[in-house]
Design a protein around this ligand. Structure first.
Ligand SMILES: [Fe+2]
Ligand SMILES: [Fe+2]
Length: 241
């Protein structure tokens, strides 16, 4: 009977050691999984970015446009106090937002004149096409959402789904402002670049209709606090990566 007094503490001790070891192994496994998820995500994003660079051969503006949109969008998101994770997602989405243009005919992408209705319909498919291409990467769900919604308008007149207000994700509302500002201030085959002042006037004009008023206000504040932002971004010297 006395033997139980020796065996019981010993048994409890070994159970404790075993449970501790199991917890340690599980934590190590989780840590490794997180590291691998990050590496995998970075590699897949690099592959997708290579695809974006491929579109650059069709339309030489796509890569620099995406880089510039990212700098503006990250500046807005940071000024709005979004979390590091949200800002990272928005940056990734900006980098690939026009990926769907890979399916648009070259002569439409680079057409010097204005587009016919049929050509415009084709170009409008690019936000949906980009989302369809990226959808199999399940960990990019939030990026896919922003890519799909980046031409939605705050008043519900955008595409592809005609979403309005807060039904459009905050990332897509930010990107809409950054994307339009970058497009307006850049030279296109069919027009010269607009001045910063003229582009700001357009943002103000469509504040609350095409664009989320709050996002426009924050961006105007960012531009006011950084008067050289446009030149810095266009020279490719933006700080955000
Ligand atoms: Fe677009
Ligand atoms: Fe764009």
């Amino acid at each position: 009977m006395k033997i139980i007094f020796y065996i019981l503490p010993l048994f409890t001790f070994f159970i404790g050691v075993f449970m501790g070891y199991r917890t340690y192994r599980q934590e190590e496994k989780n840590k490794n999984r997180l590291v691998w998820d990050r590496i995998e995500r970075r590699n897949i994003m690099r592959t997708i970015n290579a695809l974006v660079s491929a579109i650059d051969f069709k339309d030489h503006l796509t890569k620099s446009h995406s880089d510039n949109v990212k700098h503006y969008a990250v500046a807005i998101a940071a000024a709005m106090g979004l979390s590091h994770k949200e800002i990272e997602t928005i940056a990734e989405a900006c980098q690939v937002h026009d990926l769907g243009k890979i399916g648009v005919h070259d002569d439409i992408l680079t057409k010097p004149g204005s587009l016919t209705e049929k050509e415009y319909r084709e170009i409008k498919l690019h936000s949906l096409a980009g989302a369809v291409i990226l959808k199999p990467f399940r960990f990019l769900a939030k990026v896919v959402e922003i890519v799909r919604q980046h031409h939605e308008r705050y008043d519900g007149t955008g595409y592809p789904d005609g979403l309005s207000g807060d039904k459009i994700s905050v990332g897509a509302r930010i990107m809409a402002v950054a994307d339009s500002f970058e497009a307006m201030t850049s030279k296109r085959p069919y027009r010269d670049a607009m001045s910063k002042e003229a582009a700001i006037a357009e943002l103000k004009k469509y504040r609350g209709t095409q664009f989320d008023a709050k996002v426009v206000d924050v961006f105007l504040e960012v531009l006011e606090n950084n008067p050289n932002l446009l030149q810095i971004v266009q020279k490719g010297e933006g700080a955000a990566e």
